[in-house]
Design a protein around this ligand. Sequence first.
Ligand code: PGA
Length: 233
Amino acid sequence: MIVALNNKCNLTHEEFTEYLTQLNKIDCQSKLILIPSFCNISLANNCKFALASQNISSRNNGAYTGEVSAQQLKSFHVKYTLVGHSERREYQKETLTELNEKVKRAFENSITPILCVGETKEERENNQVKEVIEKEITSAIKDLTEEEKQQLIIAYEPIWSIGTGVIPTIEEIEEVFNMIKTQLPTSKILYGGSANEKNISILKESKLIDGYLLGGLSLKPKELKEFLTILEN
Ligand code: PGA
């Protein structure tokens, strides 16, 4: 199981140092991927988990103020990157073309993209889930090689579930996962959106889920440990 910890825009230098001490005490069989803010990445260089970034520039090094390139991330031993988290699609207005470029820059630098996809509540109510997710995936994988498509990780995160405490039913999750598998039969697929130590016993009933992308829970080492214990037993 993959368990990816998306810290989002949280934790100061001091808070992150303390957090890392707590996190390093966790023993588990799952593959933990830590996704700190850019400013904390160098502090996590020696931790025992794989490192990911929350974003990656669509451009190579150059005159792009405020951007962080794939080459720079690679030099900090970043192995994965989120691409197209719904918060970036919404607040940073990331476009489908730009996200395809980000996926390509990642692969060019041996960084595995974790492509986030998911529908809004309104899109679900209007029966547009398939259309939305297919479009997000088709545009992101444009021009990728077959090998890259196999390596790409997908995180299905229904937007109405992120940070709300509401999770979809197993049937709803599996319907989307099966849809994704028609486009990317061998890619690993994570579930994200309000997954926590209280609902993991329900979520783990699905045999299709290859892992989880955790936001809120990533910031609580004690509850995260409980989550991992339930997940693995
Ligand atoms: P959440 O966030 O676990 O707090 O719902 C998940 C995410 O946005 O990746």
